[in-house]
Design a protein around this ligand. Structure first.
Ligand SMILES: C[S@@+](CC[C@H](N)C(=O)[O-])C[C@H]1O[C@@H](n2cnc3c(N)ncnc32)[C@H](O)[C@@H]1O
Length: 448
């Protein structure tokens, strides 16, 4: 992380911030790096840490460094977020303390939306925020113009609705210059089980976009096998400010192809939605077999080889209700699993449901572990299957979202062809096997 900085060695003194510094390992690495580059000016370090059990070790470490090099330090045993003003406030008008370089490994913790930290930064919070994004925004505010910040954080901010305000603040003030990905999520912090996939990002506080972003990957935390790829900036930071973690030419090609598409599912009036029924909360209306007043309830287990096969003798696969909120029109649908396992080959797994196979029902319902797209014709249902069952769209989704979950917000943001093209694709598949190879052959005629 320290080596990612381009330090201006001509500065007579340099200020550095490490917020949530723990025992100061990142500060120590940073000082070591600039000294090795030959910098002999004054380094002024500011460290924030709230855990009083680590503060004595932190001070001991900083004292040790001070004995060996020219530094001054300030340890602030206070809350980095709530002791500063983030929101522009005409009354106070106080300018934030700003630093030349910021390095950090902030706390990763979801906090309630009424936590003091969230309430002190409302403009970058949506729902219950994660502390790491607040640290990042505060870091940007504490950074001098044209200077650099390197953070190690989870990758969850790169897409989706929850981090939209965070991304807006980040890209209104900074550009991304470098991103490092760890190929295996368990190897980042040796001996610790960090469940979230983490990435290292370097930001520069400037508006001028670079043409490329340096993307690096390594399979170990000692960085012995780093591979680098310079990805086009606009491929990584999309127009909607989602961040695509592109690490090689093949992935850049996938993005280039899909990003040329003119529409999205919502713009062609077929948005993806999440299934209606949380089964454990609605046990009283679930039935194992059909009876008068019952409708089919579709689960992800009903998706088999590209089709929705119902019934399967599965527990609770019928719903006995007349409550409109629990039912949807019996129509043509493409169902997509919301959850897949890491080892499964495909992230996007879908099945076609056609109303003509079940003409006896006015309504059906869906469990909330599936997403669905209500399609306006059988042909379009097949056409959307061609897209979402192709290797191209599966690859696109994986670059967009590293988790095993398939979120409708993200699918709705993916560029797709016009409706007429989707219909043509569907027509081409209709009497063929629903294989990935067939989908790929069809899609290749339209998306190059
Ligand atoms: C993920 S640890 C990183 C520690 C250190 N930077 C490292 O890389 O080893 C985050 C640190 O932030 C501290 N912390 C949590 N909330 C804080 C807050 N609001 N203000 C300052 N420090 C905080 C924690 O006590 C913890 O030591």
């Amino acid at each position: 992380m320290a080596e990612l900085f381009n330090v201006d060695l001509s500065l007579p003194e340099i200020t550095v911030l490490d917020a949530g510094c723990g025992t100061g390992v990142l500060t120590a690495a940073w000082i070591d790096m600039v000294r090795k580059l030959g910098y002999d000016g004054m380094i002024k370090v500011t460290c924030y840490e709230t855990d009083t059990t680590v503060v004595p070790i932190l001070i001991e470490n900083l004292e040790y460094i001070k004995e060996h090099c020219h530094i001054e330090y300030e340890v602030k045993v206070e809350n980095y977020i709530t002791t500063q003003h983030f929101e522009q406030n005409m009354l106070f008008g106080d300018e934030p303390q700003q630093y030349d370089y910021i390095i950090g490994n902030p706390p990763y913790k979801k906090i309630p939306k009424d936590a003091l930290e969230a309430k002190s930064m409302p403009s970058v919070c949506y729902g219950a925020p994660n502390l790491y994004s607040l640290f990042c925004c505060m870091g940007i505010r504490n950074l001098k113009d044209n200077q650099e910040m390197v953070y190690i954080i989870p990758r969850s901010w790169t897409s989706g609705a929850y981090f939209e305000y965070f991304r807006r603040y980040l890209f209104d003030n900074c550009v991304l210059t470098d991103i490092h990905l760890f190929e295996s999520r368990d190897k980042v912090f040796d001996g610790e089980s960090v469940l979230q996939e983490t990435i290292i990002i370097k930001l520069k506080k400037q508006r001028q976009k670079p043409t490329t972003i340096r993307m690096t990957t390594s399979s170990t935390s000692d960085f012995s096998d780093v591979k680098a790829f310079d990805a086009p900036y606009d491929a990584v930071v999309a127009k909607n400010r989602y961040v695509f973690l592109v690490t090689n030419k093949e992935q850049a090609d996938v993005l280039e192809k899909v990003n040329k598409m003119p529409a999205t599912l919502p713009t062609i009036n077929m948005p993806m939605k999440t299934g209606l029924i949380v089964d454990f909360r609605t046990r009283e209306v679930l039935r194992n077999e059909m009876e008068e007043g019952c409708y089919p309830l579709l689960y992800s287990q009903h998706i088999k080889d590209g089709r929705v096969i119902w019934p399967q003798g599965k527990e609770g696969e019928c719903i006995f209700t007349d409550k409109k909120a629990f039912l949807q029109k019996n129509d043509n649908y493409l169902l997509v699993k919301r959850f897949t396992a890491k080892e499964e080959k495909r992230r996007l797994q879908c099945g076609i449901y056609l109303k003509q196979r079940y003409p006896q029902y006015e309504y059906i319902s869906t469990q909330n572990k599936v997403n669905f797209i209500q399609c306006d014709s059988p042909c379009v249902t097949y056409g959307l299957y061609v897209l979402l069952n192709s290797t191209l769209y599966d690859a696109y989704y994986r670059i967009l979202n590293g988790s095993t979950q398939v979120n409708s917000t993200e699918i709705n943001s993916m560029p797709v062809p016009e409706r007429s093209v989707i219909e043509e694709m569907g027509r081409a598949l209709m009497h063929k096997e629903l294989t990935e190879t067939n989908c790929n052959q069809i899609i290749e005629q339209w998306i190059r």
